[in-house]
Design a protein around this ligand. Structure first.
Ligand SMILES: [Zn+2]
Length: 179
């Protein structure tokens, strides 16, 4: 999936985990963090991303990075008023969301997320998700269509998450407690 699909899923998860009454600074931080984590395996860092796809898209490699960071966050959460458990687990979900999304390409090859233990691939192909053609400009008609299809598919998820959050906030009422 491109940055469009991963970002929209990250933003949808932020709607689900942000505490009521969060400031715009918290929103900006969490939204950017979730989008970054949802895109993390694709980040164009040396030895990472699409340069070493098998490595950067291995569930085990990502878990080696993810588990210690999550445990540190949970430790600080238990000691101080740092974030919240839903925020921490939402960040984990944003990161993990990368793999099923990449598995949705219609080429049907899936993602070999079990490297180095197995060559088995997670494969959830949907006919309308095609990969970008990097021989063309990102603004070409072909690539624009790739972005548009992802936006059309994932924007309703974000819209639904925003509506669900609104309904949840309304139920809580102005006192901040569930009515
Ligand atoms: Zn990817």
């Amino acid at each position: 999936m491109t940055f469009v699909g991963h970002s929209l899923v990250g933003a949808s998860l932020a709607q689900a985990t942000m505490p009521a009454g969060a400031s715009w600074r918290q929103w900006a931080f969490v939204l950017n963090l979730y989008v970054l984590l949802a895109f993390f395996p694709d980040l164009p860092l040396p030895g990472w991303g699409h340069f070493r796809y098998y490595f950067s898209h291995s569930l085990f490699v990502n878990l080696i990075l993810m588990v210690p960071v999550t445990l540190v966050c949970c430790y600080y959460r238990s000691r101080r008023n740092f974030a919240s458990y839903p925020l921490v687990f939402g960040a984990v979900a944003a990161w993990l969301s990368h793999f099923p999304l990449d598995a949705m390409y219609n080429h049907g090859r899936g993602v070999a997320i079990f490297w180095p233990f197995s060559a088995a691939a997670l494969n959830l192909p949907l006919p309308w998700f095609v990969t970008l053609d990097m021989s063309q400009s990102l603004a070409s008609a072909y690539n624009a269509r790739v972005f548009l299809m992802e936006a059309l598919f994932y924007l309703p998820l974000l819209g639904g998450a925003m509506l669900a959050r609104r309904a949840w906030l309304r139920r809580r009422g102005p006192s901040g407690y569930a009515a």
